[in-house]
Design a protein around this ligand. Sequence first.
Ligand SMILES: Nc1ncnc2c1ncn2[C@@H]1O[C@H](COP(=O)(O)OP(=O)(O)O)[C@@H](O)[C@H]1O
Ligand SMILES: [Mg+2]
Length: 220
Amino acid sequence: MEIVIENRPLLMADSISKSYDYQLFDNLSLSLYSQQSVSVMGRSGTGKSTLLHILSTLLKPDSGSVKILDNDIYTLKKEQIDTIRRSSIGIIFQSHYLFKGMTALENVESATLLSKTSIDRDIFEILEIESVIDKRVGDLSGGQQQRVSIARVLSKKPKIIFADEPTGNLDKDTANIVMDALNIYIKDNDAALFLVTHDEEIAKKTQKLYFLDNKKLNIR
Ligand SMILES: Nc1ncnc2c1ncn2[C@@H]1O[C@H](COP(=O)(O)OP(=O)(O)O)[C@@H](O)[C@H]1O
Ligand SMILES: [Mg+2]
């Protein structure tokens, strides 16, 4: 008998709509599979960050559904959403949230303590922060701090990484290091990446490039 392994998407958004003063998107659908990376570009104010918030459990859409690992997120109780947010997804923003008085390693450890995962030290090398891992975060450069915060997110071993302009404050070389690290991570961990950026060079480092325009995701 043939065994068919169904390849279920890690993320499935179906017909989502959202308006504030004006309608941002209308009946927008998107699937994201294991080892897949997609990026969304678009003019300022088109709703890229709002879309990322909706897909990443942070904001309920006006209509439509978002499934993460087959959980219909916005029908769940708050505690259930919290569990999925803690264990299955990682969110990276342009500015980072770290404890400045603690070392870089202690910051990462504080995250793995909660997620009960172990730190994969390779990630420090890939992100080129292994030499500063025992320094106080407050003594690191902005680019180093951003990479520590990314190591912190990845150490929780999320299945889906959501990144909103993660390289916005980084120089080109450092931005490339970060993109390589994210791509390696999703391959090694059967995870997926949803990236928002205004930088086309960065977007091209993902497998699929969308443009959010006219309330829809258009493939580039
Ligand atoms: N919480 C909110 N309340 C009211 N309007 C909002 C809110 N969040 C975003 N908006 C509006 O929605 C539009 C899209 O915002 P955003 O998703 O941040 O766009 P982008 O990330 O593409 O620049 C903007 O006009 C913004 O002012
Ligand atoms: Mg934005």
